[in-house]
Design a protein around this ligand. Structure first.
Ligand SMILES: [Zn+2]
Length: 321
């Protein structure tokens, strides 16, 4: 049963099936523009979602902690575990190392603060990684790459049912796979990253160049659907860059499926087919290629992954040391 949500500016999330195991599990999705919190236990679930903005770490943390307190008291049971999908980069000790969207967060002991607020252990992972975990779970696919298209490009890798984190917790940054060393400059300072071809900002810039007038991603999406030549060219170039990234992923981790999601990915309904067609032309004899398809879950994939993490912290590959 979903309980009422008392926070005025937030709205409730769709209910989850009750988790029959004792104790409450809490999931958080901390993004630059959104904060989502969900609790689930034997008696039901409670959740809230709100837009947020700001760069005052103390005020931001206070808001997160009040949201935790809210869902926690609505379910009443003791919290067993917290899972967090985080847009900021967080080290293995739960400390924020960087967040370009909110630079003042650098150095914030996020894990420690959340553990204190919830009275339970906290597991934190990149939001793209946890979206990949949720996609893998929803699709029954243990080897999956997730590519999330928004303003930039995020993603994550699930290998053998486990989220691949790497030595520094930053594996699966698919948006920064180099697809052309002579390509356009990426926000990260390198040239030719996937994000510089397939992120929303990059697509709008490319469209504006081809049309010689400012173009929003919304206009671009509509023009692709209408078949406008300039827009189809932008979509094809993005699909080619995505296909090159998919081939690189295929050679390294061999996913069975590649899911394309995120807000922009969902708006570009035929992009997975375009990417799949480009990928099929890049195969090697005797080597199977992954199936490229649209993401199974919508905008709450990272939150769903955070709940999976709260239920099964071993879903992350082990932290070094
Ligand atoms: Zn980059």
């Amino acid at each position: 049963m979903e309980r009422d949500n008392p926070l005025g500016t937030a709205r409730s999330l769709p209910p989850l099936l009750a988790d029959r195991r004792p104790g409450t599990r809490i999931a958080l999705d901390i993004g630059a523009t959104k904060l989502a919190v969900r609790a689930a236990g034997p008696d039901g679930s409670a959740g809230l979602y709100r837009r947020w903005a700001g760069d005052d770490p103390e005020a931001d943390l206070a808001l997160i902690c009040s949201a935790i307190a809210d869902v926690r008291c609505r379910l009443g049971d003791a919290v067993r575990q917290v899972g967090v999908a985080a847009a900021p980069t967080v080290d293995h000790h739960g400390r924020v190392t960087a967040w370009p969207s909110r630079p003042a967060w650098a150095g914030l002991p996020l894990g420690e603060a959340l553990a204190e607020a919830a009275g339970a252990p906290v597991a934190i992972a990149d939001d793209g990684m946890l979206a990949a975990l949720a996609e893998a779970d929803a699709s029954g696919c243990a080897d999956l790459a997730y590519i999330g298209l928004g303003t930039g490009v995020g993603g994550g890798l699930v290998v053998g049912g486990v989220v691949l984190r790497g030595a520094h917790g930053t594996a699966g940054e698919i948006g920064h796979l180099p697809v052309d060393p002579a390509g356009p400059e990426c926000a990260c300072g390198r040239r030719g990253c996937l994000q510089a071809y397939a992120g929303g900002s990059a697509l709008a810039t490319r469209a504006a160049t081809l049309r010689s007038e400012p173009t929003s991603t919304r206009q671009l999406v509509a023009a692709i659907a209408a078949g406008d030549r300039w827009a189809v060219q932008v979509a094809d170039e993005a699909a080619l860059a995505l296909a090159r990234a998919v081939i690189t992923l295929t050679e390294v981790v061999g996913p069975a499926e590649v899911h394309i999601g995120g807000g922009l990915g969902a708006a570009l309904a035929d992009l997975p087919q375009r990417v799949g067609a480009a990928v099929s032309g890049m195969g090697r004899a005797g080597h199977r290629l992954p199936v490229v398809r649209a993401a199974a879950l919508g905008s709450h994939a990272s939150l769903a992954g955070a709940m999976l993490l709260a239920q099964r912290p071993s879903a992350l590959s082990p932290a070094p040391g």
